[in-house]
Design a protein around this ligand. Structure first.
Ligand code: UDP
Ligand code: MG
Length: 316
């Protein structure tokens, strides 16, 4: 069998050579036929130059492609999956946070017939606030989203050819991998590992991008939030009706009294806010439809040493 390792790289100059050496050592020890597929996601540092020289150095086992600009990790993974032709594909980050020693374990589980072998990171070493927030988020998401998302499960996983082809047959423009992996299903096995600290370079995640990622996760997979908006509207309308009856009753019994200024302001502001949120929600969905409708390619390639197969028919 042949194993492909897909590695999205965005400004990873500092760690790339070390990553490459480490992985090759591990794979050589396993005596497995392999290829490394690097996707340069429009880096602004020397990542591309490094990739060119790695491809020179290890002809035949190195593919690379380079995007015309930074398209994001999801498109980079997609490009890597399209380019890879192994019987199994492992997705890994370039920063050595995904321990290469686990490749052996993944292969063993793959040989047992699993189509997705998922490495789940424990939140060991994360700040407690971050851990608690994540836990809360996943609990909420799993309530509202149709596919199951698990805390700690990311892109570090092995996919069989069957699973890869299934992923490639999903044509959507907005790709939320965590959800896609879960949506395709197939025989999946999960094991825990302890996340390593980033070896060099810096993380591309900030609080803002995490919040956006969170919203993506909720909206990418269903329209249940819209249903929630309807419920909220119905609840408020019922409360308003009850309150109106109560005021009329009070007026009939005690006569009309003037106060109520604070209540009025609170209601107007509160409802205004709620309407904004719901408009935003609808807008998000329409925005997504807009992007899907444009049918633009997921990425543009500036340079590569490999052919990237055209999208599968469902894509076109
Ligand atoms: N990455 C990418 N494009 C981006 C951001 C990140 O290809 O726009 C790659 C990055 O080079 C790394 C992986 O995605 O290989 C994970 O990124 P990072 O280590 O910054 O995320 P973290 O590990 O902090 O979640
Ligand atoms: Mg990282």
């Amino acid at each position: 069998m042949k194993l492909s390792i897909v590695v999205p790289c965005y400004n990873e100059e500092a760690v790339l050579s070390r990553f490459d050496d480490t992985i090759r050592a591990v794979l050589a020890a396993l005596a497995v036929e392999y290829e490394l597929c690097y996707v340069d996601d429009g880096s602004s540092d020397g990542t591309l130059a490094r990739l060119r020289s790695l491809a020179q150095q290890h002809r035949g086992t190195t593919r690379y492609l380079s995007f015309s600009r930074n398209f994001g990790k999801e498109p980079a993974i997609l490009a890597g999956l399209r380019a890879a032709d192994g019987d199994a594909v492992i997705l890994m980050d370039a920063d050595l946070q995904h321990p290469p020693e686990l490749i052996e374990k993944m292969l063993d589980l793959y040989q047992l017939g699993h189509d997705q072998v998922v490495a789940k990171r424990t939140r060991h070493g994360d700040r407690p606030v971050r851990t608690a927030l994540s836990r809360l988020y996943y609990r909420a998401v799993n309530r509202w989203v149709d596919v199951e998302l698990t805390d700690g499960v990311g892109d570090f996983r092995l996919l069989s050819r069957t699973a890869v082809d299934a992923l490639l047959s999903l044509p959507e423009y907005n790709r939320f991998s965590k959800g896609l992996f879960s949506w395709i299903g197939f025989d999946t096995v999960t094991f825990d590992y302890r996340n390593a600290a980033r070896e060099a370079g810096e993380t591309k995640w900030h609080v803002g991008s995490l919040v956006n990622y969170g919203i993506d996760g909720m909206l990418s997979f269903n329209s249940r939030p819209l249903r929630l908006a309807i419920y909220a509207g119905l609840t408020l309308a019922s409360l308003a009706a009850l309150y109106t009856l109560w005021i009329i009753g009070a007026a009939l019994v005690g006569g009309v009294t003037a106060p109520g200024y604070v209540t009025l302001v609170a209601i107007i502001v509160g409802l205004g806010g709620l309407q904004m949120v719901m408009l935003g929600l609808i807008g998000e969905y329409i925005g997504r439809i807009y992007y899907e409708a444009k049918r633009r390619p997921h990425f543009l390639i500036k340079e590569s040493n490999t052919a990237v197969p055209a999208p599968t028919p469902a894509d076109a």
